[in-house]
Every structure is written in C-alpha cells, then in structure tokens.
Design a protein around this ligand. Sequence first.
Ligand code: APR
Length: 266
Amino acid sequence: MDDLERLAGAIRRADTAVAVTGAGLSAPSGVPTFRGDDGIWDRFDERQFTSDRFRRDPAGFWTDRVALHRAMFDEEYEPNAGHEALAAMGWDGNLEAILTQNTDGLHGDAAGAGGERTNDGEPDVAAETETTVLELHGNSRWVRCTDCGNRRDGDPIVERAAAGELPPTCECGGVFRPDVVLFGDRLPDAVLQRARSLARESDVFLAIGSSLVVEPAASLPRLAASTGATVAIVNLEPTPCDGIAETVLREDVTAVLPRLRDLTTA
Ligand code: APR
C-alpha cells in the first residue's frame, strides 16, 4: 500500500476530514502564488498592502492595489482538477470543511459551496454542498465600504480606481477597501474560532498548496495533530509542518487530488 492509499484509507475511516489550502492549489488555474518562483511578493512589496497603510494613505494604497489586483486577477480563472477533486470529496461526504487562504473564490466556484465570509460572517452564497468553505483571508472579488459596510463587486471599483478615483468612495462618502484580510488585520474572531475548532475536531487534516508560513494557517496542522489528527501535506516545496505530517506528497495538486478522491471512493 503506498502513501496515497494509506491516506485515502484514513479519510474513508475518518469522521471529520478537513483541508487547509493555499495559493499552490490555484496556481494550476493561472493564479500566481505569493512565494517561490516569480511569486507575487517578488514583484510587489507586501508592506504596501497593510491595513495601516490603507488607513494612512488610502489613495496610495489603491494605486498599488490596482496593479496587484491586475497581476493576480486579470483573467477569468477556472477551478482546476484539484479544486474539483476536493469539491467531489465534499459531495462524497469525505471532506467536512475547506479552510482556504486563497481569495480567488475558486473553491466556491468548484463546489457551489458557501464561502463563509471573513468579514461579516454571513455565507456569501447559499451553500449547496456538504463542505463548508471558510475563506480565511476573504475574497478579492468583493470590496467593502469602511463606513456603511456595503459590499460590492470589486472589478468595477478597481477600474474606477485605475481611472483616477483614488481612493474609490461609496455613495455614503466612505472609502471602499478590498474585502480581504490585509497584513495587520486581525481575522474576525468567529472565523478564527471556527477554523481552530474544525482543526481540533478533525481526524484527518490535509494541508494543500501552502507554504504554511502565515498565521493562522501555519498553526492549524499542529493544532490538529495535538488532538490526534493524522496530518498530510501536499506541496511542491518543504513546509515547516512537514515534520509533524504522517504523509508528505511532493506532487502537483492536479495530479494527486483526483487520484486521492478516486481512492477514497474505491
Ligand atoms: N501543486 C502543489 N504545490 C504547489 C503547486 C502545485 N501545482 N504550485 C505551487 N505549490 C506550492 C509552492 O511550492 C508553495 O510552497 O504552493 C505553495 C504556495 O505558497 P505561498 O505562495 O506562500 O502561498 P500561501 O501559503 O497560500 O500564502 C499564504 O500569504 O501573502 C499571504 O495572504 C497571502 O494567503 C496568502 C498567505
């Protein structure tokens, strides 16, 4: 029996399997990762995208945000075989929750799942699948007014900023901000607590396509392991959690996850 078959067996036996995902899952869809070869943070200075800078200099923040948004989301991305496999595992009843760091919304597209909002705690779309999709860092497809809380489709607002409305403002006079967790923001307590309780409850915890260097994702595998979960990591490069994982698969998500899903239904 190889590693993948052993992992599939553990998932089949599990009451609760949970996955945390990162940019490596969306990379095959064309969405750039943040670290590694030609990562976003090699091209942009992450210090320009902090919540402190947004407060101090919203016009300058939005000038840089337009370039970042276009670098990340300038084409229509589609879910890839990795997203589809995780969605299918949800439909199979083999995946309780996906805790994603990604803000591209592709898990929601793949599973038709409700992305539970980081910012207002309400499901983004009616969840149509067994799997909870928790968007830990929000969703870049949306912006939100800092005064009235109004949430809008982000693209037209980004285009208004690109055309010189800096910062883009709401009818109420408030300033729009991306509906994502910026560096320096705290994650809403409800989301953080939900993610941590899912990690604690899990019998199997998968970390997929993440360098596992940014909190809270970085600590979730350890939290899961501390309450007895079997941890498995699928990532092309080493992560700080490799040492606590029973299984480490240095393979492409689009190769591994469909095989894993098939084995969990065999
Ligand atoms: N298959 C498997 N792993 C892959 C693939 C692939 N096709 N492509 C890339 N990877 C791996 C890379 O080796 C890398 O270790 O995915 C990982 C992506 O790591 P990061 O780019 O650091 O992305 P992530 O872990 O999601 O970053 C976390 O940092 O900047 C913040 O808010 C941002 O959510 C992001 C957070």
